[in-house]
Design a binder for this molecule. Structure first.
Ligand SMILES: Nc1nc2c(c(=O)[nH]1)N[C@H]1C(S)=C(S)[C@@H](COP(=O)(O)O)O[C@H]1N2
Ligand SMILES: [Mo]
Length: 207
């Protein structure tokens, strides 16, 4: 039997070892945090250019320039979603509003309950890296990260914390939550960088 052409096209867009997921499963460690708008803020701290902490409350963050980005989601447990429409604030907008010091090489993105993911500045500043508030025009649901989750379409999805609360600018690399627990420091699905034992010299700090 001949496969419909769209399936073949989608297969070609899947990184090695991944399969297509219909629908949108919920995947995370720990409980779903409750959103408390009066306590919520988005903080940029660490090695900022002006040495200060930049903060936005929910109303202020919601008023930042809103853009739409199309990007995939690849979970290291092997399911992928292709061509998802995300709406929100691009990492480039955050970098422009809260510039990093020239020495910054990496960022740590922090979420509720201490979840974190480290990224090279080059991955963070990619044009499709987005602090998503919406998916396909609809606000995110609580389970998918409301009010804000990061999406880094070219890396495995653990690099995109749900329930983001802040970004730390770093002048050296440091492992985040899953990177400390055996997952690859960089996490490029096209190179199948799943586990820290696959790391090569220069891919990250000592595990
Ligand atoms: N705060 C937080 N964000 C997280 C995780 C988590 O455990 N905690 N899991 C990550 C993983 S492994 C995946 S695959 C995606 C799943 O996003 P989804 O539940 O919206 O599909 O969220 C990522 N973001
Ligand atoms: Mo995942």
């Amino acid at each position: 039997m001949v496969q419909p052409e769209s399936r073949e096209g989608e297969q070609a867009q899947l990184p090695p070892g991944q399969r297509l997921q219909r629908g949108w499963p919920v995947t995370h460690y720990g409980p779903v945090p409750r959103f408390r708008p009066e306590r919520w803020e988005f903080r940029v701290f660490g090695a900022t250019a002006d040495g200060g902490v930049h903060r936005w409350n929910h109303e202020e963050f919601s008023a930042l320039p809103h853009e739409t980005v199309v990007g995939d989601l690849h979970c290291v447990t092997r399911f992928s979603m292709l061509g998802v429409e995300w709406g929100g604030v691009t990492a480039r907008t955050v970098l422009a509003l809260a510039p990093p010091a020239p020495e910054v090489t990496h960022v740590m993105v922090w979420a509720e309950y201490g979840y974190s993911a480290n990224l090279r500045l080059s991955d963070f500043e990619a044009e499709h890296t987005v602090f998503a508030t919406h998916r396909a025009g609809e606000p995110l649901t609580a389970e998918h990260g409301f009010p804000v989750r990061l999406v880094v379409p070219h890396l495995y999805a653990w690099k995109g914390p749900k329930w983001v609360r802040g970004v730390e600018y770093m002048t050296a690399d440091r492992r985040g939550f899953w990177e400390e627990r055996g997952y690859h420091n960089i996490g490029d699905p096209w190179r199948e960088q799943r586990y820290s034992h696959q790391e090569e010299p220069g891919d990250g700090p000592e595990p």
